[in-house]
Design a protein around this ligand. Structure first.
Ligand SMILES: Cc1ncc(COP(=O)(O)O)c(C=O)c1O
Length: 381
């Protein structure tokens, strides 16, 4: 153990010196009653706290129990899981859906099930860790495409040696908040006979009046497009799903290891998210409110207005980002603080999340303050 212990001590010291220590801190949870202004959580539409979603989750616990009890293919599928898969498919306009226990598991499941040594995976350089891990685990040859570069993407698809190819993007990127030109990328995939996997973790509930960016681009149900989502952001609960052609669903049920060898999603999360889907479809004004707050935050911070909920403010250094987030917390505002390796361009930043239901004036004041505090020359304390 002493060699391993020495290594742990040394990497811990390096992390501290680089200002890259992460922490867990329950005081920063902006749950109901805290009085904190929540510009950090991914509960974009406030549905995690919606009485209808809470009631649906409680009903599910009373009906099915606290956990799924087994893998979905043993005894872990309940009518609540069927309800979720139906509601997600209706909301996004997709022909079929398979729920996983997290968005992370969904992404690993879909890429490992679709990849193989003779299938090229072309992945945008800014995709989430779960997609990177999925591509690595798939044993596919992987080519990284420069971020949002459709010319480079075309060259990679055209010049490939493999007959099969999978292109991996996010509809709205998680840290910088920018979007993919889905219509162009999907057209390229059709031309070069590639399957397009779109992670809509930050698109569902937000883009296309809540139905997602794939739906807004007219691609829902396209035979060469597969969508992954998380239930843990705009849907307010926990879990993930893959949506697309029924043949893909069938393949995942039979081959995706993160589906087969994982206990099913907790029924409360499934049924709560099903209720969230119905609310999003019936109340598109929630997404509209989120976009109005996003524009106010971006303007107040003096940063380009990103198309999703996440508005990103670059900080002068990793230490400065942490100090600014701490100073904002002292003012009752919770923001995200992202540093390497969680930032694709290596720039530490504050990440302000626009959420339906926050007080616009408070959000604007917080965004102005965040932009000031992110600069080294501004004195703190
Ligand atoms: C783009 C993206 N994909 C996938 C995930 C993973 O989702 P989950 O938190 O449900 O595992 C996240 C979560 O942070 C994400 O931002």
């Amino acid at each position: 153990m002493s060699a391993l212990r020495d290594w742990l001590v040394s990497v811990d010291r390096d992390r501290r010196q680089a200002g890259l220590v992460r922490r867990t801190d329950a005081r920063r949870n902006p749950g109901s009653g805290s009085g904190l202004l929540d510009l950090a959580s991914n509960d974009y539409l406030g549905l995690g706290d919606d009485p209808r979603v809470r009631a649906a989750a409680i009903r599910a616990i009373e009906t099915y129990g606290a956990g799924a009890g087994a893998s979905r293919i043993v005894t872990g599928t309940t009518a609540g899981h069927d309800e979720l898969e139906r509601e997600l498919a209706v909301l996004t306009g997709q022909p079929s859906c398979l729920a996983f226990s997290s968005g992370y598991a969904a992404n690993i499941g879909v890429l490992t099930a679709l990849g193989s040594p003779d299938t090229l995976i072309v992945s945008d350089e800014h995709v989430h860790a779960s997609l990177i891990d999925g591509a690595r685990l798939s044993r596919s040859p992987v080519r990284i495409c420069p971020h949002n570069d459709v010319v480079a993407l075309e060259a990679l698809l055209r010049d490939r040696e493999q007959t099969r190819a999978v292109v991996v993007v996010e509809s709205i990127y998680s840290v910088l908040g920018d979007a993919t030109d889905l219509a162009r990328v999907a057209a390229l995939c059709a031309t070069y006979d590639a399957l397009l996997v779109v992670d809509e973790a930050h698109g569902i509930g937000v883009a296309g009046r809540g139905r997602g960016a794939v739906h807004a681009a007219g691609l829902a149900g396209a035979p060469h497009v597969v969508v992954t989502v998380t239930l843990s952001k705009a849907l307010g609960t926990q879990g993930g799903a893959v949506l697309g052609p029924p043949l893909v669903r069938e393949h995942l049920v039979n081959t995706a290891r993160t589906f087969i060898f994982d206990t099913g999603l907790a029924p409360a999360a499934a049924v709560g998210a099903a209720e969230a889907c119905r609310i999003i479809a019936a109340e598109p004004e929630r997404a509209g409110e989120l976009h109005r707050i996003a524009a106010l935050i971006a303007d107040a911070a003096g940063v380009p207005h990103a198309p999703g909920a996440v508005q990103s403010i670059p900080a002068d250094s990793a230490d400065r980002a942490v100090a600014a987030a701490d100073a904002l917390f002292d003012e009752g505002v919770v923001v995200g603080c992202f540093r390497p390796p969680s930032v694709p361009d290596g720039v530490s930043r504050l990440r302000l999340v626009a959420r339906a239901g926050v007080d616009p004036e408070r959000a604007v004041r917080a965004a102005r303050l965040a932009a000031r505090l992110s600069r080294e020359e501004v004195r703190l304390g």
